[in-house]
Design a protein around this ligand. Structure first.
Ligand SMILES: O=C(O)[C@H](O)CO
Length: 367
């Protein structure tokens, strides 16, 4: 089965797509009969190139059965072993994080390629102009990732405010004989949160922060509708400077583009309060890391909590890894059972939409 957004359902239902018919089978028995009558099960499934099955950048083993109902999965290794036979069959590439690498050589070797389906929202690892010059579309999965990534933003903010990692070390250290700590955390409740980037993830952060009675500021290229602002109690800051000066916590939730590369540098850090914390859940390169190290060492800001760095992982001798006022997690914004399943489902919907000339739920258009 595959989840197809209800607004696109009627168009999907008119087609002969195997997955849609089997989805209907689960919903009502008439759908199952239609599936049989059209004989769709006999059609050759479109070829999808994947990096591998399992491993850090491969398709999850638990998703393979589902994917195989829709596609003929071809791993990169199989492709390289049998290029001549497989190159015509591959209609789509399923990209997870930055694998497989999509370069000119790969694109030139796939004449039937129609879509590069990125599993995840960030597409900074893809050369959009190059891909589109081959007439190939790019899609991503913004809906699937928004809850889990917003959760990580909240988790990092709370962990940093309450010094959870330090507390954990004390509680688990073999040297600990009693639980006296010589420091205090701060509360996020009623503090000011500045969200930079108010797309679907930023907005979900705001929803969560509202439940903590936080005072919410946001900066975004486009201002949200008034009713959306009111629903989460967020105030728009046209100038990023105002947000930086007023916030106790600044959370970065933008896409990495040439415009947002090193968006937070020395000047921006100096505008922040010395008691403020920077939280980054988007991409490491949005922050000038050298400037951040200096700011953290010299008390320009209080702390940082980063789910993303540049590069990933940081070299083991990187100064950010030596600082006590920094929490770093290994880019786990979408690392949940639910998010990964939804990312796969959303990618399948995107691929099927492109291959069947249907409205594409999440197409990424090169600027
Ligand atoms: O871009 C995203 O959705 C996450 O960072 C996972 O890559």
């Amino acid at each position: 089965w595959v989840k197809v957004s209800s607004k696109h359902w009627s168009q999907w239902a008119k087609t002969n797509i195997t997955c849609v018919q089997s989805y209907r089978t689960e919903q009502n028995s008439t759908g199952g009969a239609a599936y049989q009558a059209k004989g769709m099960g006999e059609k050759e499934l479109p070829g999808v190139l994947i990096c591998e099955i399992g491993g850090a950048f491969g398709v999850l083993e638990s998703h393979v059965e589902f994917l195989k109902k829709h596609f003929n999965l071809i791993t990169l290794r199989e492709f390289h072993r049998n290029k001549d036979e497989l190159c015509e069959k591959i209609k789509s590439i399923f990209v997870f994080e930055c694998r497989p690498l999509i370069d000119r050589e790969l694109l030139e070797s796939l004449p039937s390629l129609k879509v590069v389906a990125n599993s995840g929202v960030g597409v900074n690892h893809l050369d959009l102009k190059l891909i589109s010059s081959f007439g190939v579309k790019v899609t991503n999965t913004p809906h699937a990732v928004s809850d889990s990534t917003a959760d990580i933003g909240m988790a990092l903010m709370l962990a940093s405010a309450r010094r959870l990692v330090e507390g954990c070390h004390i509680a688990t250290s073999p040297d600990t004989t009693h639980f006296a700590v010589d420091w205090l955390g701060v509360e996020v409740t009623r503090a000011t949160l500045g969200i930079i980037g108010m797309g679907s993830i930023g907005y979900k952060v705001a929803k969560r922060a509202k439940a903590f009675d936080m005072n919410i500021l946001y900066h975004n290229r486009n201002r949200r509708k008034e009713e959306e602002e009111q629903a989460v109690g967020a105030t728009y800051c046209r100038n990023i400077e105002d947000l930086l000066q007023e916030s106790d916590f600044v959370m970065l939730v933008v896409n990495l583009t040439p415009e947002t590369h090193k968006l937070i540098g020395k000047r921006e850090l100096q505008l922040m309060k010395p008691t403020a914390t920077l939280i980054n859940i988007c991409r490491g390169a949005v922050v000038d890391q050298d400037a951040l190290v200096e700011a953290l060492k010299n008390g320009v800001i209080k702390a940082a909590a980063l789910d993303v760095t540049h590069p990933e992982p940081l070299p083991r001798d990187h100064p950010l890894l030596q600082l006590k006022n920094v929490i770093i997690t290994p880019h786990i914004g979408t690392a949940t059972v639910q998010a990964l399943l939804m990312m796969t489902e959303e990618a399948v919907e995107n691929i099927q939409a492109v291959l069947n000339d249907l409205p594409i739920p999440s197409e990424v258009i090169p600027q």
